[in-house]
Design a protein around this ligand. Structure first.
Ligand code: MRU
Length: 365
């Protein structure tokens, strides 16, 4: 997708230097555009943990490259297996909720396990990470194609009037490699001339909505309005929302959806107002080992300072200001779980399906 009319993806292998992975450093958007070089698996760990990059599919692909960089750092054929396990558990611990990280690290671990030499393992890890990166791009494209008819149908029902879509957090291309999950159908609908407008939840405390989603949509010329997180319910009651579409960090085998904190409340409001609530996700976000998302998906708890301080552009640089009494404590859960019963359907790269164990299982094949 584009930034200032130039095409970008969020993560890539540095030109002429395959031992360096480059990313868009999302901490500075939308105010400054910076990239960062990742040269070790520790660099990848920090970039994931401190959210230089974020969003489930992107975290996964970064984890795969982290394995590759970690293998490059091993300098003896002795204890290779032990070193690999250490690197894998370290990377997986960077963020606990998005299952894509575990999925991708396990994928690389599995692909390299039967390779005899360290050199072969390095080569295989590199190829696996590159393949996963390409696959996630393709997945998002397909999610766009499967999600598009949903928006098209709403547009037809409204006789071409603007379709109002509400989204939470950033499930756009910045959270993936390209296109996005929740945004992929939106981009496609916009390209085909469907009139639409996106309500963008600001998504406190990290403001992925106001800082990233609004930025992305703006770069693609898509009409959008940022709203405070508590506004969506009122808009739904007033008939100002035609559909909700969000991403997911982990979806359990029964269809419960973990996504950015605040998603659940939007799903409840959508349910109460008969507004369809869709979740767009690649199959790499499904945790087939968890039967009940509400009780079993681990929820990341982040630093209370993300709630205590608000970060923004002061005209010259990014700075933080305290927005509550310094001595009060704050609680900062990163995600919540939307029970499957509030999800109208899941949009995946293999098609649209009901959020039920039975329907999901069909996609696994
Ligand atoms: O904490 P973040 O910014 O990594 O959380 C991201 C989200 O919750 C996204 O909605 C989710 O990863 C889906 S991304 C396509």
């Amino acid at each position: 997708m584009r930034i200032n009319n130039k095409n970008y993806q969020t993560i890539w292998v540095k030109d002429k230097d395959p031992k360096t992975i480059q990313i868009i450093d999302q901490r500075f958007l939308p105010f400054e555009f910076k990239t960062a070089d990742l040269k070790t698996h520790k660099d990848v760990f920090i970039a994931i943990k401190d959210m230089w990059l974020r969003g489930a599919p992107l975290i996964g692909v970064a984890g795969a490259y982290g394995m590759y960089l970690g293998l490059l750092e091993i300098n003896s054929e002795k204890n290779v297996q032990k070193e690999i396990s250490k690197i894998a558990s370290y990377l997986k611990s960077a963020r606990p909720t998005a299952v894509n990280l575990q999925f991708a690290v396990d994928l690389v671990t599995d692909q390299i396990k039967n390779k005899k030499s360290l050199e072969e393992k390095v080569k295989t890890a590199f190829n696996t990470a590159n393949k996963l990166r390409n696959k996630e791009i393709e997945n998002c494209q397909k999610i766009g194609e499967y999600g598009f008819p949903i928006i098209e149908k709403l547009s037809k029902a409204k006789k071409g009037e603007t379709v109002n879509i509400l989204t939470h957090c950033n499930a756009g291309w910045l959270a993936c490699i390209d296109y996005g999950t929740a945004t992929a159908p939106i981009y496609l609908a916009h390209q085909t001339g469907i009139k639409l407008h996106v309500w963008v939840d600001e998504t406190r405390p990290r403001n992925q909505g106001s800082r990233l989603t609004a930025f992305e949509l703006g770069q693609e010329g898509i009409p959008h309005t940022v709203i405070a997180d508590n506004t969506g319910g009122l808009l739904m009651q007033k008939g100002m929302v035609d559909m909700v579409i969000v991403g997911s960090d982990r979806t359990s085998a029964n269809g419960d959806v973990a996504n950015k904190i605040g998603t659940y409340l939007k799903a409840l409001a959508a349910h109460d107002n008969n507004i369809p609530f869709y979740v767009a996700l690649p199959l790499s976000t499904i945790d087939w080992n968890i039967e009940n998302g509400v009780t079993q998906i681990p929820i990341e708890k982040r630093d209370e300072n993300e709630v205590k301080y608000v970060e923004g552009w002061d005209g010259k640089k990014i700075s933080q200001v305290l927005v509550m009494p310094e001595n009060s404590s704050a609680l900062n859960y990163g995600f919540d779980i939307t029970p499957a019963k509030y999800v109208t359907a899941l949009i995946t790269e293999k098609g649209v399906c009901k959020a039920t164990k039975k329907e999901l299982a069909k996609l696994k094949k």
